[in-house]
Design a protein around this ligand. Sequence first.
Ligand code: NDP
Length: 399
Amino acid sequence: MSKVLIIGAGGVGNVVARKCAAVPEVFTDIMLASRTLEKCNQIARDIGGDRVKTAQVDADNVPELVNLINKFKPDMVINVALPYQDLTIMDACLETKTHYLDTANYEPRDVAKFEYSWQWAYHERFKEAGIMALLGCGFDPGVTGVFTAYAAKHYFDEMQYLDIVDCNAGDHGKAFATNFNPEINIREITQNGRYWENGKWIETKPLEIHKPIDYPEIGERESYLLYHEELESLVKNFPTLKRARFWMTFGQQYITYLNVLQEVGMTSIKPITFKGVDIVPLEFLKAVLPEPSSLGEGYKGQTSIGCQIRGLKDGRERTYYVWNNCDHTEAYRDVKAQAVSFTTGVPAMIGAMMMLTGKWTGQGVFNVEEFNPDPFMEKLSVYGLPWHEKVDEPLPVEK
Ligand code: NDP
């Protein structure tokens, strides 16, 4: 018996709402609130059966959020708006003593930089208020942290090398589109790469390091080393890691378009004046690119995301690879969404389920790898994200 408020009615919000609605024994009452009310109403109508209430909210505005939370009185808020809104929503949760979950860490609008420091700084206040915040509970971050915790618990005495590999081998038939919010996605990719080695961060130029990696049921794809937020919490929570890297695939066409957009200044976040109005080029670009939620229909192919780990067990070298493959067409059939929204929304629902059913409890601000991975791993297969593992076989990332 619990009430949940979902904020953000984009690609991911649609999946979270549908998946929560399908589990009435946990999510008794659901409200979906976002900036554009009609998007919430559309999703609620599609789900049907009066399962989902809707509301309009500006999540940049704390008093508005507090007002909505006080009216609906949810047990927790699932934030699947944008990373810019993380702190305002956390402030509203503190004021109303409501649990919090998100899928991406805070990012200030005017600097393309993301790190956990801003949200970790809420730990004491959440603890004092007796509430819990679960950060980064999508796929990556999210399931990649749970996979790593599962490896640590069941397969290693000491984890030493971690490579997170993220492949999207899907084809949406568009010349250029991003699979999640274009603004956030392009900010992530165009910044310097970074990885952890021997106790410090090594910085690279954007997309400087790349190599082909073999993905299950997909084959080799060129994969680029990026900085990704879960690396920060994983090296903190698993201090034996000597190296931690994150790899993501991009097609040549995507990189070519991105280079052109960058060179002509369309990815800049510095405001310019156009016809007397200040606009941010990247925000304008977002407005003309397809919305991630619109890519689902006709999207073919699979994603494959996993963790490849090397370390020690009983004094001997061990390797472990755990991954999920998700099919775009099947995701669309299930929840009218492409696989990137699906693989983010399902873990967000499961994280909320862990909190509401008392499997994951705490007071303060936490990352997913701090909890028992077993009940979460069990639910992944139940709700559409089956996972596979290989032990003591050569790791594709090391070939
Ligand atoms: P979308 O752009 O499709 O959706 C974002 C939604 O948030 C939109 O409906 C938007 O409203 C709403 N929104 C934006 N600003 C506000 C505001 N101020 N007040 C209320 N609502 C607002 O993005 P996605 O669904 O693809 O991504 C959602 C989140 O998931 C992002 O934070 C993204 O970084 C994260 N993500 C995490 C992943 C992971 O694996 N951990 C992977 C993919 C995404 P409107 O419709 O009016 O624009």
